[in-house]
Design a protein around this ligand. Structure first.
Ligand code: ADP
Length: 371
């Protein structure tokens, strides 16, 4: 039963990923195409270079310092949080700070226990193994990983049926760094085997501004403080988006101006790319627009809303809604989606007196409802 529901959620996750890829939005938090290669140049290389996430940085620094003192590999680390906040970056830093080689793989790449056995059998003492999207690993591989994490040993099964034999394989002590956008999807035996879990939070605008300035320095882009603040404020609390917007604004500055990113230039460039002052893109705004103008602010079912904006239900639900909900512009209620007063304000509209949010009492939407 638990298994079935887990599979369903994964299917939804896949749908969301496809939707992200198809939307090719400037404000998608996932890396797109060859973006990972561009990002490599911008990654902080040590904990000191990491901007923001003070608590995680301090916790992690203690874990690493203590391990160095004991001359042992650090405990396994789980990095949990939305995409684009620095999980891969931190994994690389953990390896660098321990002066250990890093091996990278991802959950979807490990489809059989054999895939994992092959990786583990090639590990050397103190290696750091980074498994991105660890919640998407196959079940048998997950079970093999429990044992590897705890006992530094796996049983490799050779053959099938009654003749199958399990050959124990010792693995040198290593550190697993798992990253997940869905910590809740991890089975608890796996979660419990991590000695330290870091929860990454969305970044404050002031931290994003520092990130934009740092990246501009590395890319050789001249920008004013106001220009940096403008890009930061439209980046949805996410360094990956901040860096992406910076690259697009740089293009604009290079082609349409003298190359310096000022406040006015950042404004014009981001307006051209249709990323508004709150970081909403065209899809986000058309969802809000349909909700307010066509459905009087709701409540309206998500499928109807999707038809109204000419998108798949999954795209509206997984691509647009999370940020709209996070910023308090849209609420998911038991009776459907509802625009908040802030949504009306964002579109420059006045909510009608009978808007769902304006009518307290029994009809009032349940802000914390899931549907
Ligand atoms: P994730 O693995 O969580 O999706 P990444 O580690 O790949 O995110 O980070 C995405 C981009 O954002 C990288 O280019 C990285 O340089 C940048 N970045 C993330 N966190 C920070 C930070 N704290 N300071 C500076 N840059 C950051």
């Amino acid at each position: 039963m638990a298994d079935a529901s887990r599979r369903m959620t994964e299917a939804e996750y896949d749908a969301a990923e496809t939707a992200y890829a198809e939307s090719r939005s400037l404000v998608a938090a996932e890396a797109e195409g060859d973006e990972r290669a561009v990002e490599a140049a911008l990654r902080p290389r040590s904990l000191d270079e990491v901007i923001g996430q003070e608590r995680v940085r301090e916790q992690l620094s203690l874990v690493l310092q203590a391990a160095r003192g004991r001359q042992r590999p650090p405990d396994h680390v789980l990095l949990a949080g939305p995409p684009g906040l620095g999980k891969t970056t931190l994994a690389m830093i953990i390896a660098a700070e321990m002066s250990s080689p890093l091996r990278l793989t991802s959950g979807p790449a490990i489809t059989h226990a054999g895939d994992l056995a092959a990786i583990l059998s090639g590990m050397n003492e103190n290696d750091v193994l980074f498994v991105d999207e660890i919640h998407r690993m196959s079940r048998p591989a997950e079970e093999m990983l429990y044992m590897a994490m705890e006992d530094f040993r796996v049983d490799v099964v050779i053959g099938k049926g009654p003749g199958a034999t399990a050959i124990p394989l010792e693995i040198p002590p290593f550190t697993l760094v798992g990253a997940t956008t869905r910590a809740g999807l991890l089975p608890s035996p796996l979660r419990d085997r991590f000695g330290f879990t870091a929860h990454l939070e969305f970044y404050e605008p002031s931290d994003l501004e520092l990130i934009v300035r740092r990246s501009a320095g590395l890319l050789g882009v001249e920008l004013t403080g106001e220009g940096a603040a403008e890009i930061a404020s439209r980046s949805r609390g996410t360094p990956r988006i901040a860096n992406r917007l910076l690259r697009r604004v740089r293009d604009y500055a290079q082609v349409r101006a003298d190359g310096t990113v000022t406040l006015d230039l950042a404004h014009r460039a981001l307006d051209l790319y249709e990323v508004d002052q709150s970081g909403l893109d065209r899809l986000d705004r058309s969802v809000l627009d349909a909700l307010c103008r066509r459905f009087g602010g709701g409540p309206v079912g998500v499928s109807t809303l999707a038809v109204a904006v000419g998108e798949e239900r999954e795209t509206v639900e997984e691509v647009a809604e999370p940020f709209l909900v996070r910023t308090g512009l849209l609420a998911r209620t038991p009776r459907g989606r509802v625009a908040t007063p802030a949504a009306w304000g964002h579109l420059g509209l006045t909510p009608p007196a009978d808007a769902a949010f304006g009518s307290p009492g029994p009809g009032q939407p349940d802000l914390f409802g899931d549907e």
